[in-house]
Ligand binder design. Sequence first.
Ligand code: UGA
Length: 436
Amino acid sequence: MNICFIGTGYVGLVSGVLFSDLGNNVYCVDKDSEKIKNLEQGIIPIYEPGLEEIVIRNFEAGRVKFTSDINQAIRSSDVVFIAVGTPSSKDGSSADLTGVFNVANIISKNLNSYKIIITKSTVPLGTGDKIEAILLKSNNRKKFDVVSNPEFLREGEAIRDFRYPDRVVIGTNNSKKVTPIMEKLYAPIINKGAKFLIVKRRAAELIKYAANAFLATKITFINEIANLCEQTGINVEDIALGIGTDTRIGSRFLRAGPAYGGSCFPKDTKALTRTASNHKVHLQLVNAVIKSNESRSSLITSKIIKILKKPKKKIVGFLGVTFKANTDDMRDSSSLKIIPALIKKGCVVNYYDPTGNKTNFDAYKSVHFYKNANEVIKNSDLLVIHTEWDEFKNMNFDKITKNKNLKIFDLRNLYEDKYFSNKKIKYYSIGRPFNV
Ligand code: UGA
């Protein structure tokens, strides 16, 4: 099939290249010509394990083309995915759709044959209707269908999530015509066991927000239970196991930790509550989740201060600063709140991140990037394990540092208490007895 992805950000690049890997001819379009030139040379603008090899392989086979010629790409395609960014609007509570509507206008001028126009970006309820209205201004209905096909890819796990999703959701108001085409496009994935769900277009748009809000709720729930566990001498992992093995609840996304972050959960939960209030519905639960998560970083900071006792001039080492492992993404990472708060208290922060130095901390004189974890550990009074990279999971702290007074605060529970039981190092974690 001939398809094009407009926007080579995270969603567009990963999905576009992986569709080419399934044998389709794919145009990946971006107005940033520098980015296009780089992609043609195999230089990938995002950090996603395994992606580079797939980009190069499919580019060399001629199945994926990188281009800034949006008109030609649309005209050559049967299916056009809109995958441009939908950042939070200025007030931070809804999505800015300027990019999506600009693309819709360009598509409307290039409908040289019947095309399916798909929103892949996360777009608020009713965006498909607005895109349809733009296209109808200069075309008749027979030339296109607007479909919502939300993505459920996690950063760092995107390749696996694309190839083996639990479900493919297609939102269309013209299922008779659209379903067979979408079924053909997704056949290699459906044949491996993914459920293929056809719903109305607005339902698909809402599914995406509801899914992210539900996952954010699950995480927030276990984080709050973790707070209770710390005060009652219970291990939160026992609770996660005890409730997660009930298939009605499910075991995934029950890892207690720092506040959830990234480019999706914080933005999408807020956009969902805004959509609801536009329809005069108050989503009390989702609002509470947002509030609880927003206060979590100061709760973690106060625990760090408690461990340090006198924070002034203490050296706090951070292992990982991104919002989770296997990504270089700093968006809404809890480190962006915790580190400045520690600096305010007079701490010095040294950090190591497998994806390198982060410009986010350039403004702070007391924040230093180190090129390896050992150097950070050696120089720390307190070590904060902030992200769950594999390389942090099996460290021999005794060998790395001579500091017998080292304290560790493991925000991802990578270690067990018993691992430190006959060592001098004081170990603290999340949702386990917290005695300072
Ligand atoms: C999330 C969803 O998981 C994807 O399905 C969705 O496609 C994507 O948003 C999106 O809307 O584009 P992502 O933000 O990449 O994916 O990352 P997640 O793995 O979901 O993690 C989000 C946050 O939750 C991270 O801060 C992570 O550390 C935290 N988390 C996750 C926990 O604290 N505990 C868990 O058990 C799971």
